[in-house]
Design a protein. Structure first.
Ligand code: ATP
Length: 466
């Protein structure tokens, strides 16, 4: 973007009235707009002239297969793209978010919302949208130095650190997904620590811990006497996140009514505490995490699409530990060092122990690995951690957790993982006769984490108790 020139916006839409009024309104707001009525013309313009932003309709001539989105994102990845559509459809919405659009607005769109979205998109440095080429060894070591809390050197982790590095200082909202224990909270905290908001609060908001009936009061606060039991004025969690980062953990668990209240607060950057008449303005960055597949939740109608787009401007998917190669060893060494720091002892892994750690499939991911190392250190009497100090469940995992190359691969990878997880959980509960604490301990999960997984698979621990 040139400093003297106003930002240039390309608007592509086949509704003449919308095209004309949007162009006029944005010009009035100080932008330089070029309006075209079909995808082909938009692509020609992009080839010929520089732009800072694309506003694109979905249903317009030449865009049957979302050509403008595909070409726009692959040929001009540095130009943010906002979809504005009158005919929302779930597949196109999901495809849009996959391609990395900046926002998804539904017509009729309020002028203030459009303007806010345009300003937000233009405030994001273009490098955020540029896909990284493969990361060089030098860049790798620089990333490792910049993020010492995130241990690992595998290619998938390096890609994540590269994204974190590019987005941390911007104000974009981030959605972090991944299985339980993959490090979502660690990544969220790291984004905050490397942001311009690092001196302010990193406010964790655990969506599973807020009863639906208290959502507004906990999030937005309340005044004394607003409802029975409101004996004092209470500031809400969002106010505590003002100027800082609000981290919504387990956002996928948020009930529908709470989703709309949160969406409104995010869209307007303000909310009204319960019992008050005046709204409170906030300046907060939103980072969210979930181990659910939010896209499927949106398709199934359980999660609002508009909230999903608003939160997931940047989507970081953390790989499970089993897909991170030798990171297992690096993390094991890291947790060994951490554990020994407390005791002052000196210990090392036997080569066979490391081999077993490498071979295991880690359903509880990094949290499970951390627990296994702490347990092994506690059990080891000599100077070497032998394989025998590893839990039996790790050395002889249930058949469904072993890698069997002779088996016929059925279904998608996601289905296979879901099945394996289901089998693992039922075997685990059977072994511990429905005792959640013991089962969670073995799986390397928190009790809450295990409850969530059981809910996901509709498994009741009570069925395993005698
Ligand atoms: N890359 C990493 N380097 C070092 N420690 C890590 C890393 N990732 C995660 N951990 C550690 O693993 C444990 C689990 O991480 P975290 O709580 O961030 O996972 P999560 O994905 O948020 O889990 P859940 O979905 O159950 O809330 C924590 O003790 C964390 O410190």
């Amino acid at each position: 973007m040139s400093e003297k020139q106003p930002p240039r916006i390309l608007i592509a839409d086949d509704e003449p009235l919308y095209l004309k009024t949007t162009g006029q309104l944005l010009r009035k707001a100080g932008f330089d707009c070029v309006c075209v009525s079909h995808a082909g013309a938009a692509i020609e313009k992009l080839e010929a002239e520089p732009f800072d932003l694309i506003l694109s309709d979905l249903n317009m001539p030449g865009n049957l297969k979302l050509e403008l989105l595909h070409q726009g994102r692959s040929n001009w990845p540095h130009i943010p793209l906002i979809v504005v559509t009158g005919v929302p459809s779930m597949p196109s919405a999901i495809e849009s978010i996959r391609l990395g659009i900046t926002d998804y607005l539904l017509k009729p769109v309020k002028y203030e919302d459009l303007l806010a979205s345009v300003r937000r998109a233009l405030a994001i440095p273009s490098r955020v949208f540029q896909r990284s080429e493969s990361i060089t060894a030098r860049e790798q070591s620089e990333l490792a130095k910049r993020f010492p809390n995130i241990v690992g050197a595998s290619a998938p982790l390096m890609e994540i650190l590269d994204i974190v590095d590019r987005i941390a200082e911007t104000d974009v909202n981030v959605l972090i997904t991944g299985e339980s224990g993959t490090g979502k909270e660690v990544v969220a905290q790291t984004i905050h620590e490397h942001s311009l908001r690092s001196k302010e609060n990193f406010q964790i908001i655990d969506c599973t811990a807020i009863p639906e009936s208290l959502f507004e009061s906990v999030l937005f606060g309340h005044v004394k006497g607003a409802f029975t039991g409101a004996v004092n004025d209470q500031e809400g969690l969002l106010k505590l996140a003002d100027k800082g980062t609000a981290f919504f953990d387990e956002i996928g668990e948020l009930p529908a009514a709470s989703q709309s209240k949160l969406l409104r607060a995010i869209q307007e950057s303000r909310f009204t505490p319960v019992g008050k008449s005046q709204a409170v303005q906030i300046d907060t960055r939103f980072v969210c995490a979930t181990n659910r597949k939010l896209e499927s939740e949106v398709s199934a109608g359980r999660f609002r699409g508009d909230l999903y787009y608003r939160l997931g401007v940047i989507h970081i998917e953390l790989p499970p530990l089993r897909d991170r190669g030798d990171d297992v060893v690096l993390l094991a060494e890291h947790f060994l060092k951490l554990t020994l720091k407390k005791s002052g002892r000196e210990l090392q892994f036997a080569p066979e122990t490391l081999e077993s750690l490498r071979e295991y499939s880690w359903p509880g991911n990094i949290r499970e690995l951390k627990n296994v190392i702490e347990r092994a250190v506690a059990l080891t009497r000599g100077e070497t951690i032998e394989k025998t100090e590893l839990p039996e469940s790790l050395l002889n995992p249930p058949a469904n957790l072993q890698h069997d190359s002779s088996g016929v691969a059925e279904g998608s990878r996601d289905e296979a993982i879901e099945n394996a997880e289901y089998q693992y959980l039922t075997a685990l509960l059977e072994k511990h006769e429905g005792n959640i604490s013991q089962a969670a301990q073995q799986a390397g999960l928190s009790r809450q984490g295990l409850h969530k997984l059981l809910n996901k698979h509709n498994i009741s621990a009570a069925d395993f108790r005698s």
